[in-house]
Design a binder for this molecule. Structure first.
Ligand code: ADP
Ligand code: MG
Length: 676
C-alpha cells in the first residue's frame, strides 16, 4: 500500500530516468505527485455543430452515416467517415490513425473529439471518446523527458491507493469560513473533475491552500527572524542628534519618521528586516548614514552594499564627507572587486580587527572571506537590483546583522505580500522641499540640434548635463546611437566644454576619476551608457538627455530622470526617440505625463500586463502552481491575514486541528522552491 510520504519511485514504471524527470518538475514524493495539478482542461463534453465556432476543439456525438474509408499516400494515410448529428452530416477525418476504421460501423453511435471546420462542415479528429470517460481531460505541464500522459497515468496509480486518506492542510475553521473543499475532494476535483464547476471549485481551494502554505512559511520566517536573539543596539542619541545638526540640510518629515522607525527596530533585542522605499531623490542615503552611525556609536560596524562600482564609490565618498563635516572621526572604507590583492588583504585584516567602522562595497562584500569584527547593520542599496539569494547571503555571512534594504521602486501590493512578505516596510513619501518638478519633453531625432543647443544654454549658466545612449559599441543595427560616436560628435560640436565618456568597459579607477571630475564640474557634459542609471548624485546636473529613449523600460527611464532635479535648480529631461511601436510611444507619453514613481510603476504593470510580469523573473513575484498572485490578489491577502492570525494564537502548533499543517510544513521545508 502506497502512502503520501513514499518516494515516487515506489510506483511501477518509475525507473531512474523517469525519476530524474519527475524531480526536475519538483516531484519527489507521492504527495508532490498528487499535488501536481493540471493547468487547464480540454472540454470533451459533447456539443452540436450549431453551437460550435470555427476552429473550436469539440466533441461531436452522432450516428455513423457513411462507412470509414482509409486512403494512403506514401507513408501517410487518412481515415474518413460521415457522422450524422441532429440531421446535420459532418465529415470526420483522422490522419494516420488507420486502426480507427476497424472499430466503426454504419449505424453505430460514436463520439469524436477534434477541431471543427465550420465552412466545410468537417471535423479533424484527434481521438475517439469512450462514452464512459469523464467529460474533462486534464492537461498537465510536462517536459521533454516526461509526457503529460505519463504524469496523468502515475497520478491515477497513486490516487487509487491514497484517495480518502489525506488530512486537510488548511484548518477546518478557515475552510468553513471561506467555503473551501477538504483536501481529498479538492485533489479529486482537480485531477478527475465531473464537470467544469467541480474543476473550478477544486482550483479555488487548491489556490487558497497554496497561498496559505506560502504565507504560513513567510510568517514563520518572520517569527524566526524576530525571535532570533539579535542584540539591541545601544546607540548614543546625543551623538546622533549632533550628526543630524551637522547635515548640510534639514531632514524632511518623512526622513525623520523612517529614521525613528529604524532606530526603534535597532534598539530592540530582535533582528531587524526592514525595507525602505522612497522615490528617486527622496534622500535615502542620509537615512542609511544615520542608521549606520547609530550602530557605530554602539561600538559595532556597519556595511552598505550597492549594485554598481560607481555607486559604491559615490557612497564611500559621501559617507566620508558627511562624517568629516560633522567632525566625527570615523573610518569608512571601500571594498570592490577591483581592489589589489595586498590592499584587499590589509583591508580585510583591519575589518576583522574592528578598525573599520563602515564598509562600503558592491556584491564583493558577499565573498566568504569578508569577516567583520562585529557587524551590527547591513544596508542594501537599490535592493531591487539584487536577487533574493544575495539578500539571504548577506544575512548568512557569519553573524545575522540587522538588515535595511532600500529601493526606489514602488512595491505593488502583490509584491509586498509575496516577494517582500517577511519584511517590515518604511516609506519616504515626500521629496526634500525646494525641489522643482523636472520638466520632461519628447523630441524626434531630427530635432537633436535643438536639444544640444538647450544643453549648451544650461551649461552657459553654470549647470551640467548627462547624455545617455543605449549601447556601448557599434552594433549591427546602424540606427543605434552609441556612446563613443556621440562623445566624438559632442567634442566637435561643443569644443569649448570638457566632455567625459563613461561606460561599463572602463576600469574602476577611470570611472572613479570621471565621476569625481563631473562632480567637481571639471567636466560639463557626461556622455554615458546606463551605468549611471542608479543612485548617481550630482545635484548641479540639470539636463538628462536620453537618446533612443524608446529602447529603455519605464522603470529605467524613471531612474535616469532621477539623476537630475537633485538640487534647487530647475531640471529637464529630454527624451529623443522616434518610437516604432505603440508600446514605445505609450512609455514616453507616460514619462511626459508624470514624475510620480508610484503612478509610473502602476502604468508599467498595466502596459506590460500581468502575464509578462509573472514571466519576467525581474519582477520578483514568486511563481505559483495554481494561483496567480496578481489576478487573485484578494485571495492572497486573505491567506496572509489568516496565516498571521493563526501563528499569533498561543500553542497553535499543538492543536489537533492544525497537526496536518504543522507536519506538512516541516516535512516539505527541505525542497521548498520559493525560499531557495
Ligand atoms: P535617493 O533616495 O534617490 O537615494 P539621495 O539619498 O541620493 O536620494 O538624495 C538625493 C539628493 O538630495 C542628494 O544630493 C542629497 O544630499 C539630497 N538630500 C537628501 N535629503 C535632503 C533634505 N532633507 N533636504 C535637501 N536635500 C536633501
Ligand atoms: Mg540612492
Amino acid at each position: 500500500m502506497i502512502t503520501r510520504v513514499d518516494n515516487v519511485d515506489i510506483l511501477p514504471g518509475v525507473g531512474p530516468k523517469r525519476l530524474t524527470a519527475l524531480h526536475e518538475l519538483g516531484i519527489f514524493t507521492i504527495e508532490d505527485l498528487i499535488s501536481y495539478f493540471p493547468f487547464r482542461y480540454e472540454d470533451l463534453g459533447e456539443r452540436l455543430p450549431s453551437e460550435t465556432l470555427d476552429g473550436d476543439k469539440v466533441t461531436f456525438k452522432g450516428i455513423v452515416s457513411a462507412p470509414p474509408v482509409v486512403t494512403r499516400f506514401g507513408k501517410k494515410n487518412q481515415t474518413r467517415f460521415g457522422l450524422l448529428i441532429a440531421r446535420e452530416n459532418i465529415r470526420i477525418t483522422f490522419f494516420n490513425q488507420p486502426w480507427i476504421a476497424q472499430n466503426i460501423d454504419v449505424g453505430q453511435e460514436v463520439a469524436v473529439y477534434g477541431t471543427y471546420n465550420a465552412a466545410k462542415a468537417a471535423l479533424t479528429g484527434m481521438k475517439m471518446i469512450n462514452a464512459s470517460t469523464d467529460a474533462l481531460d486534464p492537461i498537465y505541464p510536462s517536459s521533454k523527458q516526461i509526457t503529460a500522459k505519463t504524469i496523468r497515468h502515475l497520478i491515477e496509480l497513486a490516487w487509487a491507493d491514497i484517495r480518502g486518506t489525506l488530512d486537510s492542510l488548511v484548518p477546518i475553521e478557515i475552510r468553513t469560513k471561506y467555503r473551501l473543499l477538504d483536501r481529498n475532494t479538492q485533489i479529486e476535483s482537480m485531477h478527475f473533475p465531473v464537470d467544469m464547476t467541480a474543476a473550478k471549485a477544486g482550483r479555488r481551494s487548491a489556490a487558497f491552500e497554496e497561498f496559505f502554505i506560502f504565507q504560513m512559511r513567510l510568517q514563520l520566517l518572520k517569527l524566526a527572524d524576530q525571535n532570533f536573539a539579535g542584540e539591541g543596539v545601544v546607540y548614543d542619541p546625543s551623538a546622533l542628534g549632533k550628526f543630524e545638526l551637522s547635515l548640510p540640510f534639514k531632514l524632511t518629515k518623512a526622513q525623520k519618521k523612517v529614521i525613528a522607525e529604524i532606530l526603534q527596530d535597532q534598539k530592540r533585542a530582535r533582528h531587524m528586516n526592514r525595507l525602505l522605499q522612497g522615490d528617486v531623490g527622496s534622500g535615502k542615503t542620509v537615512v542609511a548614514a544615520m542608521a549606520m552611525y547609530a550602530v557605530v556609536t554602539a561600538g559595532m560596524q556597519a556595511a552598505i552594499m550597492a549594485p554598481t562600482e560607481i555607486l559604491a564609490q559615490q557612497h564611500a565618498l559621501n559617507m566620508a564627507q558627511l562624517f568629516e563635516n560633522a567632525n566625527i572621526p570615523l573610518r569608512v572604507e571601500l571594498l570592490t572587486s577591483g581592489l589589489k590583492v595586498s590592499a584587499r588583504r590589509q583591508l580585510l585584516e583591519d575589518l576583522v580587527n574592528g578598525e573599520i567602522d563602515i564598509l562600503v562595497g558592491t556584491h564583493a562584500l558577499l565573498q566568504p572571506d569578508v569577516a567583520f569584527h562585529h557587524l551590527g547593520l547591513a544596508v542594501i542599496d537599490e535592493q531591487h537590483r539584487f536577487g533574493v539569494n544575495q539578500r539571504a547571503a548577506l544575512r548568512e555571512n557569519g553573524v545575522n546583522p540587522d538588515i535595511l534594504a532600500m529601493t526606489a521602486t514602488p512595491i505593488p501590493r502583490t509584491l509586498s505580500i509575496t516577494a517582500y512578505g517577511e519584511m517590515d516596510v518604511s516609506v519616504i513619501d515626500q521629496l526634500p522641499s525646494g525641489r522643482k518638478e523636472i520638466k520632461t519633453t519628447r523630441m524626434s531625432h531630427n530635432q537633436l540640434d535643438n536639444a544640444i543647443a538647450f544643453v549648451k544654454n544650461q551649461i552657459d549658466v553654470g549647470a551640467q548635463a548627462y547624455i545617455v545612449t543605449p549601447l556601448i559599441e557599434e552594433s549591427e543595427s546602424l540606427d543605434v546611437q552609441n556612446a563613443t560616436a556621440m562623445y566624438e560628435a559632442m567634442q566637435l560640436e561643443l569644443p569649448q566644454y570638457k566632455i567625459g565618456l563613461l561606460h561599463g568597459r572602463l576600469s574602476n579607477e577611470e570611472k572613479k576619476k570621471l565621476m569625481a571630475e563631473f562632480k567637481d564640474n571639471q567636466i560639463q557634459i557626461l556622455v554615458a551608457t546606463t551605468v549611471i542609471e542608479v543612485g548617481v548624485d550630482v545635484p548641479n546636473a540639470t539636463v538628462m538627455l536620453i537618446l533612443d529613449a524608446d529602447r529603455f523600460g519605464l522603470a529605467q527611464l524613471h531612474q535616469l530622470r532621477g539623476r537630475v532635479g537633485r538640487g534647487s535648480r530647475q531640471s529637464y529631461t529630454i527624451l529623443v526617440a522616434d518610437p516604432k511601436t505603440d508600446y514605445g510611444t505609450a512609455r514616453l507619453d507616460a514619462m511626459v505625463e508624470t514624475t510620480n514613481g508610484f503612478i509610473l510603476a502602476q502604468k508599467d504593470l498595466e502596459l506590460r500586463g500581468s502575464g509578462d510580469i509573472l514571466g519576467t523573473k525581474q519582477s520578483g513575484v514568486p511563481e505559483f502552481m495554481v494561483g496567480d498572485p496578481i489576478k487573485d490578489l484578494t485571495m492572497m491577502e486573505i491567506a496572509q491575514q489568516e496565516a498571521i492570525k493563526l501563528v499569533s494564537e498561543e500553542n497553535w502548533d499543538r492543536k489537533p486541528n492544525n497537526q496536518a499543517l504543522v507536519d506538512y510544513l516541516s516535512r516539505t521545508m527541505a525542497h521548498y522552491r520559493h525560499f531557495d
